[in-house]
Design a protein around this ligand. Structure first.
Ligand code: GLU
Ligand code: MG
Length: 467
C-alpha cells in the first residue's frame, strides 16, 4: 500500500528514523546512492540522486529541484504557463520510503519515487504523484472505492549503442516466436532475476509483434504503486539491457509505420473487498457501477488521449487495426476496442475481472494517465452513465452509418486534435487541477511546435530514444 500522507518539512512521522536505519542497511549491502525518480508532464522520467548517507536528510527536508521541469518538453526545451516554467523557485523532493527498492540491475544503487512539496511545506500543484494520491484518497472517502491497476509495458530491444540514432533490432524471429525467446535468453533470464530481486510480481514476459519487441505484465497494485512500478520496471529493463550491450526503446512508435509500443492500463474498482467488475447483473458479470465506470472512460476517451497518448509519436501508433484501440468502443476481450473488458477465466473472475484501456502508451506520465482514467470512470459511475452496446470484431470495418448509430467514433488522429478535446473536457481538467491541466496543454502545444514540418519518419526519430 502507498502511504497517503503528504510529506512535511521535518519528515513524515517515523520517516527520519526509518531512513536512518535504512541507509545503514543499504550501505551494508553495498548501495552507494539512491535515485529519486519523478515523471514530468511530457512523460519523461527525471531524476536526482543522493549518496545513501543522505537518505535521512532527504526524508526530513527533501532534496531541491526547480519546478521548471513541469513544463519541460521531451527535447529538454521549456515552455511556460501562467505559473510554471519560470527559472524562479525551488521544490523539495521527498522519497517515499515504502517504495524504496535496491536496484538489482544497477549494482550500487537504490531507487525511490518522490512527492514534491514547496519550501513552505505545501503540496506542489504540479506534482502528478500527489494529484493521483489525492484522487485515490477522495474516491475512498466519498465513494468507498479502491482501485487495482497495472500498466503493461512493451518495448523494442535494439543492438546498441547506435551512433546514428537508428534502431537495429537485436533479434529476428517471428512475433511471439520461440526463436526470439532463445535469441535473448540470457537477457530475459537476467531481467526476470532482477525483477524478482526487487519484489516485482511479474505475470509474464513474451516476445511481441513488432521488430525486436517484448512485453512484460506485472501484478495489479494500488494506482500510485502501479505508476511507481511502471517507472521502476522500465528502469530495470533498460539497465539490464545495457549490461548485455543492448538498447531499448519504449517510444510509442519506434518506426513511423507498423505496430508500436503500448502501455495499456488495466484497472478495477473495488468496494469492501469486492471487485465491481465481476458477479454483477450487468453484461459479462459487471455490476451496474462497473458498467457506468466503463461508460465514463469511453465518454472521456477523446480528451483522455491528450494525457494517455501525449507525444506526436503517439499518433503514429494510434492507427486502426494495430491492436492500439482507436475507436470509442468496448467489447469483451476485443483487442481492437479502446476499452477491452477482461472477465478472467472461470474460477478466477472475482479476483481478475478488470477493464483494459488500450489507447495508452509509455510516453504518458503514468500518474497523470491513471488520474485521468480513474476520474473519467468515476464521472461515469457517479452519474450512472449508460454503457452503449458492445462491439465484436474490428470497429474499423463498420460503415460510417453503423458507426454513427452505435456512437463508435475515431479517437483523435493527431496530438493537436487530442488537445482540443482535452480543452473541452472540464471534468478531466478539474481532476488535474488548473496548474497541471494548463501544463498539459502548454507542453502538448510545445511538442506539436517542436515537430512542425516533420514527416512521420522524422517524428519517430525525434522521440525514439526519449522514453
Ligand atoms: N502493440 C500494441 C499496442 O501498441 C498492443 C498489442 C497487445 O494487445 O498486446 O498497443
Ligand atoms: Mg502486447
Amino acid at each position: 500500500m502507498t502511504t497517503l500522507a503528504d510529506p512535511v518539512p521535518g519528515g513524515r512521522p517515523g520517516d527520519v528514523d526509518r531512513a536512518r536505519a535504512l541507509s545503514g542497511e543499504l550501505s551494508g549491502q553495498g548501495v552507494h546512492g539512491v535515485v529519486l525518480s519523478y515523471v514530468d508532464t511530457a512523460g519523461i522520467g527525471r531524476v536526482k540522486t543522493i549518496p545513501t548517507a543522505k537518505l535521512a536528510s532527504a526524508a526530513a527536508w527533501g532534496v531541491g529541484m526547480s519546478p521548471v521541469f513541469d513544463t519541460f518538453l521531451a527535447n529538454d526545451s521549456i515552455v511556460t504557463t501562467d505559473v510554471l516554467g519560470s527559472p524562479d523557485g525551488d521544490l523539495r523532493l521527498y522519497p517515499d520510503l515504502d517504495h524504496l527498492v535496491v536496484l538489482a540491475g544497477q549494482p550500487g544503487w537504490a531507487w525511490a519515487p518522490v512527492d514534491r512539496i514547496t519550501q513552505e511545506g505545501e503540496p506542489h500543484p504540479g506534482c502528478s504523484r500527489t494529484v493521483l494520491r489525492r484522487l485515490v484518497t477522495e474516491a475512498a472517502e466519498r465513494h468507498g472505492l479502491s482501485f487495482e491497476a497495472g500498466i503493461e509495458i512493451e518495448w523494442a530491444v535494439g543492438q546498441g549503442p547506435s551512433a546514428t540514432g537508428d534502431f537495429v533490432p537485436a533479434l529476428h524471429g517471428p512475433a511471439y516466436g520461440a526463436t526470439r525467446q532463445v535469441e535473448l535468453s540470457d537477457y530475459g533470464a537476467d531481467l526476470l532475476a532482477a525483477l524478482a530481486a526487487q519484489d516485482v510480481d511479474v505475470e509474464q514476459l513474451h516476445p511481441e509483434y513488432a521488430a525486436g519487441q517484448f512485453e512484460i505484465s506485472v501484478g495489479a497494485l494500488d494506482p500510485v504503486a502501479a505508476a511507481d512500478r511502471s517507472m521502476l520496471v522500465r528502469q530495470t529493463i533498460r539497465a539490464v539491457a545495457g549490461r548485455h550491450g543492448l538498447v531499448v526503446s519504449f517510444a510509442p512508435a519506434v518506426f513511423a509505420q507498423g505496430v508500436g509500443n503500448g502501455g495499456h492500463i488495466h484497472l478495477s474498482a473495488w468496494r469492501d473487498g469486492v471487485n465491481l467488475h465481476s458477479g454483477g447483473e450487468g453484461r459479462h458479470g459487471m455490476t451496474a457501477e462497473a458498467e457506468s465506470f466503463a461508460a465514463g472512460v469511453l465518454a472521456h476517451l477523446p480528451a483522455l488521449t491528450a494525457v494517455t497518448a501525449p507525444s506526436p509519436a503517439s499518433y503514429l501508433r494510434l492507427k486502426p487495426s494495430q491492436w492500439a484501440g482507436v475507436f470509442t468502443a468496448w467489447g469483451r476481450e476485443t483487442r481492437e476496442a479502446a476499452v477491452r473488458i477482461v472477465t478472467g477465466t472461470t474460477g478466477l473472475r472475482e479476483r481478475a475481472a478488470n477493464l483494459e484501456v488500450k489507447p495508452v502508451d509509455l510516453a504518458a506520465n503514468p500518474y497523470l494517465a491513471l488520474t485521468c482514467v480513474i476520474a473519467a470512470g468515476l464521472d461515469g459511475l457517479t452519474s450512472s452513465t449508460p454503457l452503449p452496446e458492445e462491439i465484436t470484431g474490428d470497429p474499423a470495418r463498420l460503415g460510417e452509418a453503423e458507426a454513427a448509430t452505435r456512437d463508435v467514433r475515431r479517437l483523435p488522429a493527431s496530438l493537436r486534435e487530442a488537445v482540443e478535446e482535452f480543452r473541452k473536457d472540464e471534468r478531466l481538467r478539474a481532476a488535474l487541477g488548473p496548474v497541471l491541466a494548463d501544463a498539459v496543454i502548454a507542453v502538448r502545444q510545445g511538442e506539436i511546435a517542436a515537430v512542425e514540418g516533420y514527416d512521420d519518419e522524422q517524428v519517430a526519430a525525434a522521440y525514439r530514444w526519449k522514453y
